[in-house]
Design a protein around this ligand. Structure first.
Ligand code: ADP
Length: 622
């Protein structure tokens, strides 16, 4: 079995080898056919660059038969032999080249572009024995490529040109756009400017109109001013002349002023001397009650120890104590200088002043008045203090005398009058000698007249001492007068008295005794100083809160120059001096009317008669 198996094996191996060789021969032929039918130029090159084989496509491409090509140098067939050499060396170095471009030369002098793809091939041991290179004719591609390149170049140049143009255009456009924007902005600004200018123009136009008017006005004004200037100039000339005059006058006025100042100083010195010499005390107060001046007499009155001027009045007043005549202490505010500083004028008010400076009380008649500036403002007060202590003593003495007269003289007179009336009645009853009867009548009349005169003196003393002690009551004038007329029937010729008063008249406040005295005086005068056959008419009028009573006679009347003296003490009119009376009746009447808050006056015409009127306030307190 072994021997037969070895033979069989070898036979199978030989057969296999033969099959293998047959197969290999058949493959080589097949491959050769493939190579020959290839359109691409195929070349094999040895390591020395010598061509070892080519196909028919290579023959066609070079125009040479393969016998001439094989054994020649590969690089000789290309337009750029160096590049061709570098190509096949690269294949030997790195094993292959892909799309290696070369230009294959034809023997007719032309050349075609080819792309070589080459790789090494090896023997069974793996040794590199050569390069197999396949070249593809890329003339058409190249042509297209060149055309493409041309086209591209062309396009590129067009693009570049267009781009350049575009850039320029773009720049131009951008520039123009910028310009446009600028123009637009400028237009907007210009528009605004235009609008503004239009507004400005309108304003200017309006201003021009105003300016025009103003100009017209100013022209008018100018003309006016010019005219005024002419006038002003004349005025100036006139004023200059006047100024010179004034200057001259001023010089005179200045001299006059100097003179007046000297005079003033003289007057002031005189005044000071006068004030100092005045026997009455003189006190001048500033607005804040401070004493600014006191004369010697005032200093003596208030004591000479303190500084006479610029001292508070309260200090001075405090030295002594003031009382009213009825013994009440005088409140500080009632001190006349204080009242004057409140704007009141005080006239001759009597006060009792007690001071350690005098052993006995002093009677002072004080008058005070406010001092006012030209504008009416209160600057102070001036007070005159008259020491009436001596006068007061005299008045007291007179009062004593009047008391004595009224009592001591009246008592025997009353006795005389009473006895004379008795004698008169006896003589009448026994129808005695008429001469004796007349004598008795005369004694009675004279005693009555003397009584009346004594009564006048007593009344005068009383009214002057202001100790009237009025007892006022509401009175109806007409009823009062009619009653009085009845009561006076035996004393006066009341038949002649006619009362013409309204039935009802307002009440007046009056002291009945004093009112009776007023009526008696006026009626007796009217009857006394008018013819017996004439009437005396009494009327009453109510107006302005007063009842005015008038007693009118148809007598001789009173001369105008005497009218103002009628109410003076002891005054008797010229034509009536022979008639009985002391000239005290009207004086006392006036004092009584005024004490009751009323007033009295007279109207008279010589040859026609007189009207004595007095007015009393209705229901006023007295
Ligand atoms: P008498 O007591 O002297 O009358 P009167 O004071 O009553 O004093 O009067 C003063 C003077 O006024 C009188 O003397 C008189 O001359 C004058 N007299 C007063 N009343 C009248 C009158 N009715 N008519 C004219 N004279 C008058």
């Amino acid at each position: 079995m072994g021997k037969s198996n070895g033979k069989e094996k070898r036979a199978r191996e030989l057969f296999a080898k033969e099959v293998q060789e047959e197969k290999a021969n058949k493959g080589w032929e097949y491959n050769r056919n493939l190579l020959e039918t290839s359109l691409d130029s195929l070349i094999t090159i040895g390591p020395d660059g010598i061509i070892t084989d080519v196909n028919s496509a290579t023959e066609k491409a070079t125009g040479l038969p393969r016998e001439k090509i094989i054994g020649t140098c590969f690089s000789e067939y290309f337009t750029d032999p160096e590049k061709a050499r570098a190509g096949y060396k690269q294949v030997f170095d790195v094993g292959k080249v892909v799309d290696y471009e070369l230009y294959l030369k034809h023997i007719n002098g032309s050349s075609i572009p080819v792309l070589y793809n080459a790789s090494v091939y090896k023997d069974n041991e793996g040794q590199i024995i050569g390069v197999f290179a396949a070249a593809r004719d890329i003339s058409a591609i190249k042509k297209h490529e060149n055309e493409l390149i041309d086209f591209e170049n062309n396009l590129e140049s067009i693009v570049q040109q267009k781009t350049a143009e575009l850039i320029i255009t773009n720049k131009e456009l951008a520039f123009q756009t910028g310009e446009k924007a600028d123009r637009a902005a400028e237009l907007i600004i210009a528009d605004k400017e235009l609008a503004f200018q239009t507004g400005e123009k309108a304003d200017r136009a309006a201003e021009l109109v105003i300016a025009d008017k103003e100009l017209a006005f100013q022209t008018g004004e100018k003309a006016d001013r010019a005219a005024e200037l002419v006038i002003a100039n004349r005025e100036l000339i006139h004023q200059n002349v006047e100024k010179d005059k004034r200057a001259a006058e001023l010089i005179i006025a200045n001299k006059e002023l100097v003179f007046q100042n000297e005079e003033k100083e003289k007057r002031a010195a005189e005044l000071d001397a006068t004030i100092a010499a005045v026997p009455d005390g003189l006190l001048i107060n500033g607005p804040s009650e401070e004493i600014v001046h006191m004369n010697e007499a005032a200093v003596r009155l208030f004591g000479s120890t303190a500084e006479p001027s610029r001292s508070p009045m309260a200090e001075r007043v405090a030295i002594g104590q003031f009382e009213t005549p009825d013994g009440r202490p005088m409140p500080r505010d009632e001190f006349p200088p204080y009242r004057a500083l409140r704007g009141e004028t005080v006239v001759a008010e009597v006060f009792v002043f007690r001071s350690p400076a005098f052993p006995a009380q002093r009677w002072l008649s004080i008058s005070s008045a406010p001092i006012r500036g030209n504008d009416g403002s209160l600057l102070g007060a001036v007070t005159v203090l008259r020491d009436t202590t001596d006068l007061h003593k005299l008045l007291e003495e007179r009062e004593d005398m009047v008391r004595m007269v009224s009592h001591d003289l009246r008592s025997p007179l009353t006795v005389v009058q009473g006895q004379a009336q008795v004698i008169e009645r006896v003589l009448k009853r026994s129808n005695q000698d008429p001469r004796l009867q007349r004598s008795a009548e005369t004694i009675v009349t004279s005693t009555k007249r003397m009584n009346a005169m004594i009564q006048d003196l007593v009344d005068m003393a009383q009214v002057e001492s202001r100790q009237l002690d009025l007892k006022c009551a509401p009175m109806e004038m007409r009823a009062f007068l009619l009653d009085l007329r009845q009561r006076l029937a035996g004393v006066l010729d009341t038949q002649r008295i006619r009362v013409e008063m309204p039935e009802e008249s307002p009440l007046v406040s009056a002291d009945p005794d004093r009112l009776e005295r007023v009526f008696t005086n006026l009626l007796s005068n009217a009857l006394k100083y008018s013819p017996p056959e004439t009437e005396v008419v009494v009327t009453a009028e109510i107006q302005h809160g007063e009842v005015t009573v008038s007693v009118t006679d148809s007598g001789a009347g009173i001369a105008r120059e005497e009218l103002s003296h009628l109410f003076e003490r002891f005054y008797r009119a010229k034509g009536t001096r022979k008639a009985e009376g002391l000239g005290l009746g009207l004086y006392i009447t006036k004092m009584l009317v005024e004490a009751m808050g009323g007033r009295i006056w007279v109207e008279s015409e010589v040859g026609k008669g007189s009207t004595f009127s007095f007015a009393l306030p209705t229901r006023a307190d007295c």
